[in-house]
Design a protein around this ligand. Structure first.
Ligand code: LUD
Length: 292
């Protein structure tokens, strides 16, 4: 059996087209352009790539974007001043602080400062708190986990009643993904560095979300036949045939897993593009919330 490929790039483009249509309608009605402010601190090449892609997506969808590139040694106070001024700026609907921040900065205090109706990443404690409670709706669902669930639903994978295994418990992906899956009535197991026999847990998974940042960690013989695999990992692997000397691979050994799984997302072209598409949707919604 060879798994059906879930084409994140294609599905992300469909989401982007839908958002673009909503933006056009909103602007035609005389309302403001949904606008995203992206804050990038320091010189991480990957973060700069993602922030650039987010700004470009805004432009392509007819939305506004402003970017604040701040020095790696900025003080906590100066960074907080930038957030405070973006909170007050009526032309900005969404605020995104690209993570991770340099070590000397207090991430929790920065994220807590972002006003809830502009928190398009969905990382504020209030948003996560609502995500964690039954019958409550967060204002914004965190983009990467939202993208994972969206891909499963688009592929027609049944979440309700499924055994879902999440590898990783990060604030950005693992933990919110587990909460979303619980909300969709899956039975969820979260694995992490202290889990005993991860392979045995993964073998029971009807749905696997891999977000641990370890190159090709999940092997083919861990995969339950027919399982749906969402690979969130983005790792660079040395590859002498590439000009750059490396290529991007996920947390799952793709060639092995695709022989056993029912559905699988590729890396690149899987979850990554969905993260950006969901951010665009959240930014549009932020504008609608602030200026209906
Ligand atoms: N911080 C994110 N940090 C990292 N991949 C992203 C991401 C696009 N505050 C905050 O943007 O949502 C966030 N909010 N994240 N990430 C990861 C995470 C954050 C990762 C990959 C991509 C966003 C992406 O477009 C492409 C793909 O997988 O096809 C490949 C891009 C490449 O490097 O070639």
């Amino acid at each position: 059996m060879t798994a059906e490929l879930i084409d994140g790039k294609l599905i992300a483009q469909q989401v982007r087209d839908e958002v673009a249509a909503k933006v056009t309608k909103r602007v035609a009605a005389g309302k403001s352009k949904p606008t995203l402010a992206a804050v990038l601190v320091g010189e991480r090449v990957d973060s700069a790539t993602y922030v650039r892609a987010k700004g470009k997506a805004c432009e392509e969808l007819g939305m506004g974007s402003v970017s604040h590139h701040l020095p790696a040694d900025i003080s906590q106070l100066e960074l907080e001043k930038v957030i405070t001024s973006l909170n007050a700026d009526k032309t900005v609907h969404g605020i995104l602080v690209q993570l991770p921040l340099p070590d000397h900065l207090n991430e929790e205090r920065v994220l807590q400062l972002i006003s809830i109706e502009k928190d398009v990443d969905g990382f504020s404690p209030l948003n996560i708190g609502r995500l964690a409670q039954k019958g409550r709706e967060p204002l914004f669902v965190p983009c990467t986990p939202y993208g994972c669930i969206y891909l499963l639903e688009k592929a027609g994978v049944k979440i309700e009643g499924a055994n879902a295994v999440v590898l990783g418990r990060s604030n950005i992906v693992g933990m919110p993904a587990a909460l979303l899956l619980i909300g969709k009535n899956a039975t969820v197991t979260v694995c992490h560095s202290r889990t005993k026999d991860i392979a045995a847990v993964v073998r029971e998974a009807d749905i696997l979300i891999a977000a641990i940042g370890k190159t090709e960690f999940v092997r083919g013989d861990w995969v339950k036949p027919g399982a749906a695999i969402i690979d969130v990992g983005i790792n660079s692997k040395p590859d002498a045939t590439k000009k750059s000397g490396y290529r991007l691979v996920g947390d799952v050994n793709f060639d092995e897993a695709r022989e056993v799984a029912g559905f699988i997302t590729p890396v690149p072209g899987g979850v990554g593009p969905m993260t950006i598409a969901m951010l665009m949707n959240n930014t549009y919604r932020a504008a609608e919330i602030q200026e209906p």
